[in-house]
Design a protein around this ligand. Structure first.
Ligand SMILES: [Zn+2]
Ligand SMILES: [Zn+2]
Length: 192
């Protein structure tokens, strides 16, 4: 019984990763759908870099998701359904924390470094790629995975953990992956 509940919770977490991909790719980036509340917040997240929707909104979404997924799942499958919904909602919270952390702190370990390369390739190289934030799974399935190489970060949007406060440039430990793109470099080049 405990084993099947754990499996249901793991499937719930996996279900969230698919939702994470779909919500980000289509509600966040498809021009036809982008006027939705998530899309509006997401466009602002991209253009301001350090902007995140208010935590109160995210708590409301968490409660709503618990009801929307939990109620039918419990009605259909009892405790197993509750475990599935709990896994889904818990992994949504993990996603929110990881995503914010990717912007605010340097990564720890291989996963932390991978997650930042993957996500900032999406932000600064090609927003049509790497929609998954916690894993590359659905990008691989749907053909939107791109292996990041050097990531040019616009000055204005540079993450605080990436900058060396002494030099103002990229910290040496990140210099193999990230480079600063000075403001209006492209405009100056094309004007010349
Ligand atoms: Zn982001
Ligand atoms: Zn995005």
């Amino acid at each position: 019984m405990t084993g099947s509940l754990a499996l249901a919770a793991a499937l719930g977490a996996l279900t969230w990763t698919l939702l994470e991909y779909c919500i980000h790719r289509w509600l966040g980036h498809d021009r036809r759908l982008r006027g939705n509340p998530f899309g509006v917040e997401h466009v602002r997240h991209h253009s301001e870099g350090n902007y995140f929707a208010a935590t109160s909104k995210k708590i409301m979404v968490t409660g709503l998701a618990a009801i929307v997924f939990g109620a039918p799942a419990v009605a259909l499958a009892g405790a197993t359904g509750a475990a599935w919904a709990a896994g889904l909602v818990a992994f949504y919270v993990v996603y929110e924390l990881l995503h914010r952390r990717e912007h605010t702190h340097a990564g720890i370990g291989a996963y932390g470094r991978w997650a930042r390369r993957h996500h900032f390739h999406h932000h600064f190289v090609d927003p049509r790629k790497n929609h998954g934030v916690t894993s590359p799974l659905w990008d691989l399935v749907f053909g939107t995975y791109a292996r990041p190489s050097t990531i040019p970060v616009p000055e204005r949007l540079c993450m605080p953990w990436l900058r060396d406060p002494l030099t103002g440039g990229i910290r040496t430990e990140h210099a193999t992956t990230f480079v600063l793109r000075p403001a209006r470099a492209g405009a100056a080049a094309s004007a010349g």
